[in-house]
Design a protein around this ligand. Structure first.
Ligand code: ATP
Ligand code: MG
Length: 465
């Protein structure tokens, strides 16, 4: 309480923040397009009950923004003046989650509504009174943001103006503290406050700007876009586990292709994927085509409600960075296959220092890559064994991806397409015909392997040097 008083007393003395009001613009039901019954009835009930109990409560964030744009929200978030304990006292189906910053999840069957207590930003020059730790590091990054605040504080600590709209389903009014409605109408992503400072507080906001710009097809307002390139390297200091979560959101939300273009343009791709970014420099056409095609496929699958695996995505994002490493190891005298294995291992290990890809995905990445070495070797029973491999489909799709990016594989993708469609005798014929091809792969193990290894190496990692 004292702290809150202290903050509100001090706030007029602080540098004036752009775009934030202390009194919001209030839009009545006739001034906006939102309708109470479009929102999750559970979320609306929660707001009503909290208000009846004497607290302030609103629907907030992505759901209000998306509804205004006619997009179906992913989920519904509630912000309230009630503390987590007070919220839990009102709802039997509520669980407090998170240790340092507590949130409440209220469960209704499979639907979960997240209810958060209004929060405030740590002011720049405010040292935590109960400890001698600072809430920010030397570059201004917020290390802890676990302070409760007022509704106004809560609006101010949010990232973008379009994410700081509060909808009261009881009065059907929208509270707009930061000109968010104006920016929605003009299709602009604009940070609340001083962009440079807000990015420094949390560099992940640069990725969020790109994510929302791609998802909503919005532009990034000039002053919010300009600091991104110079500040992009700050992403190197973000914990790799958080970046993994963010990168999944960037590439698995159905707008990955546009997101990738924007990340490259704003120089945010380099701190996330340094090796792939190098490949984009020394082999731009191939690298760009392969990654874009993979992302376009992912977007399409998401639109069709088909499953997508992060492993395939990471396999594609990193693949163009492999050949240079394979070559380097080969130049040191390592044979092609071990060089490929070692390069894959090194690349994934390095990448995980930036983005903590969990083991359950790194293993399948390796399998998809290994499959590229095995797909050309089809003789005898090999083709049928490969077909039974649970990773065959991903490996085959990956082969087609490489071909569409311009890799020369001597019709291997088409061969496999035909093979899958053929009946037993057709398949036997196809295998027999392989023997007559000059580059038939893998018949007499030793000799053939040596004579075809150059070819196979190329089939595996070519098109990139
Ligand atoms: P979606 O869920 O559709 O991706 P969203 O806007 O709901 O979009 P969330 O990540 O769910 O995004 O965050 C909920 C809200 O919390 C945001 O709308 C924003 O107001 C606030 N927020 C989230 N992350 C940050 C951040 N890094 N800095 C400031 N505010 C944030
Ligand atoms: Mg959300």
């Amino acid at each position: 309480m004292l702290k809150k008083l202290f903050q509100s007393f001090r706030s007029p003395l602080r540098k004036p923040q752009q775009h934030v009001r202390t009194t919001p613009e209030v839009l009545s039901s006739s001034q906006h397009s939102l309708q109470r019954n479009q929102f999750s009835r559970y979320a609306v009930n929660i707001v009503e009950r909290l208000q009846t109990a004497g607290y302030q409560a609103y629907l907030v964030g992505g759901c209000v923004r998306d509804m205004m744009l006619g997009i179906t929200p992913k989920d519904f978030d509630v912000a309230t003046s009630a503390t987590p304990e007070q919220i839990r006292a009102e709802f039997r189906n509520a669980r407090i989650i998170g240790r340092r910053f507590k949130l409440v999840h209220i469960h209704f069957g499979r639907e979960i509504i997240e209810v958060a207590t209004f929060r405030a930003n740590h002011p720049i020059d405010d040292e935590d009174e109960d400890s001698n730790q600072s809430s920010r590091n030397e570059s201004g990054r917020i290390l802890r943001d676990n302070v409760y605040g007022t509704l106004e504080d809560d609006a101010q600590r949010r990232d973008f103006t379009i994410n700081a709209l509060y909808y009261d389903p009881v009065t059907e009014r929208v509270l707009d503290y930061a000109n968010g409605v104006h920016d929605i109408r003009n299709r602009l992503i604009r940070l609340i406050g001083d962009p440079q400072q807000r990015y420094k507080e949390d560099p992940v906001r640069m990725l969020r700007a790109v994510r929302f710009a791609a998802k909503l097809d919005f532009g990034i307002e000039k002053h919010s876009a300009t600091p991104i390139r110079p500040l992009a390297p700050m992403l190197r200091d973000i914990p790799s586990a958080r970046l993994f979560e963010e990168v999944l959101k960037l590439f698995l939300s159905g707008y990955a292709e546009a997101t990738f273009e924007m990340l490259v343009d704003l120089e945010l791709f380099e701190p996330l994927f340094p090796a792939s970014s190098k490949a984009l420099e020394y082999n731009p056409t191939y690298t760009h085509t392969l990654i874009s095609e993979a992302l376009a496929n992912t977007d399409l699958r998401i639109k069709q409600n088909k499953p997508v695996t992060p492993a395939f995505l990471f396999a594609a994002l990193l693949w163009p960075a492999l050949p240079a490493r394979v070559l380097r190891l080969q130049e040191r005298g390592m044979p092609p296959i071990p060089a490929m294995q070692e390069a894959a291992h090194e690349l994934i290990t390095e990448q995980c220092q930036r983005i903590a890809i969990p083991k359950r995905f790194t293993l399948p990445i390796r399998e998809i890559w290994d499959m590229q070495e095995r797909l050309p070797r089809r003789s005898g029973k090999r083709a049928d064994l490969l077909l039974e491999n649970p990773r065959f489909r991903a490996g085959y799709d990956f082969l087609l991806l490489r071909e569409s990016a311009g890799e020369e594989t001597d019709g291997l993708g088409e061969w496999w397409t035909e093979y899958q469609d053929a009946n037993d005798s057709g398949r036997r014929d196809m295998i027999r015909d392989l023997g007559s091809k000059p580059d038939a792969t893998g018949q007499g193990p030793r000799k053939r392997r040596r004579s075809s290894s150059g070819k196979r190496k190329r089939a595996g990692v070519d098109g990139s040097e």
